[in-house]
Design a protein around this ligand. Structure first.
Ligand code: SF4
Length: 362
């Protein structure tokens, strides 16, 4: 029997149900994860039905497309309207900006292309040497090394990057600093942690006295991580534990971290629906200014409309609401007619809940 299959074993899931019940907190607790893939596993496999009644698990700002600010998106729109070939990930083209989406800009004649990686955008630049090609780089520590790698690999002169990469640990600190502090613990994202290492969360766990457990993506990975969280809460501990040791180490991927350090500097970043978070964004170092799309096109975005009327994405991203709390969920707002970014992105909580029928039960 493969390891993958065993990590979906229903009998073991039932045993975890019993363990979680034994560890049931006496008062309601909110555990937040920041990973669209975690939410997909939780929703798809009905894991919420295994939790004690006093435990709630919510997705916070774990969808990179959802947290990309309208300011950055509007910059991308302006660049596309100025004749560049604008390349980005598929979901990003459907997120509403202040005036329109990138998909709508394409319908009006802009050359907007969907790519799977920064390397794809470089390839488009090589095939179109007469045109500027801009990669709109969104995502967390998982995707940023790919952007760094192409910039270090001598890209063509007509290749530019509009950087909107963000960092997860400062977002965790921001959620814990925002009153009222309701978050009892975090599940840390497996992919991001593979790059930054479990050790990257230790300062936050100690400063805010909050348990942080790194979790993998299979159903039993998540149930195991939740059991570790509840055990910490019961024992009054606030530590970092690694429940995904088959991929995540204490120090992370040092090579990827080195790529990030060589190409980017850290600065404040705007997170859609949340606002500015100090030291949570990546910016090109001066050595890569020749590939900086903002400099090349002279675009400076202003803060646009972050929240369409009636949309509760901001609260969903802050883990203060679940998708079904929004009156537009499933009526006006569906994956085919998204009102807010959380319904657009395949990793957005609203989109995931809609695809897996809200709050599934096993
Ligand atoms: S259901 Fe739609 S409108 Fe409501 S919070 Fe989610 S994305 Fe926003």
């Amino acid at each position: 029997m493969s390891e993958l299959f065993s990590l979906r074993n229903p009998e073991w899931a039932e045993r975890f149900r019993g363990l979680l019940e034994k560890l049931r907190p006496p008062r309601p607790v909110r555990i937040v994860h920041v990973c669209g893939t975690h939410e997909i596993t939780i929703a798809q496999h009905g894991l919420r039905s295994l939790l004690p009644e006093t435990v709630e698990v919510l997705e916070g700002p774990g969808c990179p497309v959802c947290v990309t600010s309208t300011r950055d998106l509007d910059c991308a729109l302006r660049i596309a309207e100025r004749g560049a070939i604008l390349c980005t990930f598929g979901d990003m083209t459907r997120v509403p900006g202040t005036r329109m989406t990138l998909e709508e800009a394409r319908a009006e004649g802009a050359d907007v292309r969907v790519v799977l990686s920064a390397a794809d955008a470089v390839e488009i630049a090589r095939r179109n040497p007469q045109k500027p090609v801009v990669f709109f780089a969104v995502g967390f520590e998982t995707t940023a090394p790919g952007t760094a790698a192409v910039l270090l690999d001598n890209p063509p002169d007509n290749f530019f990057v509009l950087v909107s990469h963000k960092l997860i640990p400062p977002a965790l600190a921001a959620l814990l600093s925002a009153p009222p502090v309701e978050i009892a613990a975090f599940l840390a994202p497996g992919h991001v942690s593979t790059v930054i290492g479990a050790g990257a969360y230790r300062e936050i766990a100690a400063r805010f006295r909050v348990p942080i457990v790194v979790a993998g993506f299979e159903p039993l990975d998540i149930l195991y991580a939740l059991a570790l969280v509840l055990r910490q809460l019961r024992e009054g501990r606030a530590e970092v534990e690694n429940a995904y040791p088959r991929s995540v180490t204490e120090e992370g991927n040092l090579r990827a971290q080195e790529l990030l350090r060589r190409v980017f500097r850290v600065g404040p970043a705007l997170w859609r629906g949340i606002g500015e978070i100090p030291a949570s964004g990546l910016y090109l170092r001066e050595e890569f200014a020749a590939h900086d799309a903002q400099r090349e096109f002279g675009v400076e975005g202003e803060l646009g409309e972050e929240k369409p009327p009636g949309c509760r994405c901001a609260e969903v991203l802050l883990a203060r609401a679940v998708p079904t709390d929004c009156p537009l969920y499933g009526t006006t707002c569906t994956p085919l007619t998204p009102v807010g970014p959380c319904m657009v992105g395949a990793e957005g909580a609203c989109n995931i809940w809609y695809r897996y029928a809200g709050r599934p039960r096993l």
